[in-house]
Write a protein that binds this ligand. Structure first.
Ligand code: HEC
Ligand code: HEC
Length: 234
């Protein structure tokens, strides 16, 4: 290459470097940019924006650990074969930034929590409980209407529990305490890594009357005995 051409190329490279957006030093800022750029809100809500094909992510940093988020983003199908969430083939750096951004989401994207609007507060406890179940993200671990089926690692049966029969085993007070305090599953095989998904301590996010609404909703999920089977054993 002659000298003039070399200089011209160098000048161009320098120009391109200046014209590029400066890369933020903050992984949360970079993660937010990827979240927008990759179109995650086509399926997820964050605050009042987005769609509801997947769980609302406004509290995702409260309910899920960075270690789990990293596993999920690496390949959603490796965790849950049935998921419709695509594998975005993210680079390690992109995953680190997205994990930082998602972990920072602890409710601040809502100006008002959706179950604290005057309309929501006027609902019956069961209906308000259902709203909390869906928007706070109980649904992300316990499934639609609490039917269960979502995988966890190294737990007996391999799944997060279904909630449709909790009224058989818990009084209302016991259920309230369970939701308030959360719970960490015991590893099925102590020689293997601990379960990555735990039951969050909801008392840190929800007020007592909101937990009571959840209890009313969970009690309403119990299947009704078939007509004429009132004396059967179940
Ligand atoms: C085509 C729809 C779709 C797109 C696009 C999508 N997701 Fe998802 N995502 C889902 C669904 C559905 C679930 C629920 C879990 C399941 O199906 O097993 C989910 C679950 C999640 C979870 C776990 C949610 C929780 O509350 O625990 C996270 C985190 C997540 N997605 C992040 C992302 C990010 C980040 C992007 C963009 C890079 C994205 N998703 C794009 C559909 C989608
Ligand atoms: C991040 C995942 C996750 C979220 C979100 C979550 N749970 Fe759980 N939940 C679990 C896991 C895991 C267990 C099992 C805990 C154990 O084995 O100690 C559990 C257990 C429970 C139990 C006890 C079930 C039983 O059979 O004893 C109840 C009740 C419950 N969750 C209710 C809720 C409610 C209500 C919400 C929303 C406010 C919620 N969970 C949100 C993961 C989650």
């Amino acid at each position: 290459m002659n000298r003039r051409l070399t200089l011209a190329v160098l000048a161009l490279v320098a120009f391109a470097a200046c014209a590029r957006q400066p890369e933020s030093a903050d992984p949360i800022v970079r993660g937010r940019r990827d979240f927008e750029g990759l179109g995650c809100v086509k399926c997820h809500k964050l605050g009042d924006r987005g769609n509801e094909w997947g769980p609302n992510l406004t509290l995702v940093g409260f309910r899920k650990s960075p270690a789990w988020l990293e596993q999920w983003l690496k390949n959603p199908h490796a965790w849950n074969v049935k998921t419709i969430m695509p594998n975005f083939d993210l680079t390690k750096g992109q995953r680190e930034d997205l994990v930082a951004f998602l972990s920072s989401q602890k409710g601040q994207a809502w100006s008002v929590y959706p179950w604290r609007t005057p309309q929501a507060e006027a609902l019956s406890p069961v209906a308000r409980g259902q709203l909390i179940f869906n928007e706070a993200g109980c649904v992300a671990c316990h499934g639609q209407n609490g039917v269960g089926g979502y995988p966890n690692n190294n737990v007996a049966g391999g799944l997060i529990p279904s909630l449709t029969l909790v009224s058989d085993g818990y009084s209302k007070d016991e259920l309230h305490a369970k939701i308030q305090n959360g719970s960490t599953p015991l590893p099925d095989d102590p020689s293997q890594p601990r379960p990555l998904i735990y039951m969050p301590k909801w008392g840190d996010q929800l007020k007592p009357d909101e937990i009571d609404a959840l209890v009313a909703y969970l009690f309403s999920l119990h299947p009704k005995p078939a007509a004429g089977a009132a004396n059967s054993d179940f």
